[in-house]
Design a protein around this ligand. Sequence first.
Ligand SMILES: [Zn+2]
Ligand SMILES: [Zn+2]
Length: 258
Amino acid sequence: MTDVLHILGNGDSMGVPRVYCDCEVCTEARTEGLNWRLRSAAYLETETGGLWIDIGPDWASQMEAMGKRSMPIALLTHAHFDHMAGLPEWADCCRWTGEKGILYAPREVLVLVRDRYPWLENQLIYREADGGTHFGEWTITTRKVCHGKNGYSYAYRFEKPGFAFVYCPDAINLGEEEKAFLRGLDLLVLGTSYYKEEFDFHTRSVYDMTEALELAEEIKPRRIYFTHMSHGVDVRTAYPLPDHASLTARGMRIPLSI
Ligand SMILES: [Zn+2]
Ligand SMILES: [Zn+2]
């Protein structure tokens, strides 16, 4: 069996539709639903089990969509609402089932999680992921990345013989050392809120697709998939993307083999 990365959500922090918004994309998301995007999260499926990446506010819907009744182990990219707001619900599930969950995150992210939700450690076991970890055959390494005006996030690099990928939903303006972490990839899953984001660069926190394609020119992943997309992205638009670049879709399964 080939391991698979499932895209459980590919929306930005507010998802699509945005509650307050009547734009064309949000309206389409409410009616037809092509642009309906849950908050960004992923699931690595292997023969020996699965690993969740990020636990946002849409966590319960994402579990239902997968038909999963429990989540034994998860990895957190950073302590922003859209990536961790499902933690209390996960912990509650663990309380009901009596099986503790294991949460991997960098030390400084765990400090913020403890501060925000001080009661979760009754049900969740925290493990520091700064030095990386392993999951089945995968070696996972951790890298702090620039998240623009929103501070920092982390990216995770997954490697096993014959395949390497990085999951990096929230990043912008990466320096040379951060880019080095993204070299030699078969697959890069990168957050891009817009095709072209017009706001001032210093107010921004996530790449747009045009910048991501420039980045891809430099680091040359075999494939690049865009996630964390706002209501500024309309999947009905034929964006000028090269063959190796695509938008993710909710429920997409990306095989982790060449
Ligand atoms: Zn985010
Ligand atoms: Zn963020």
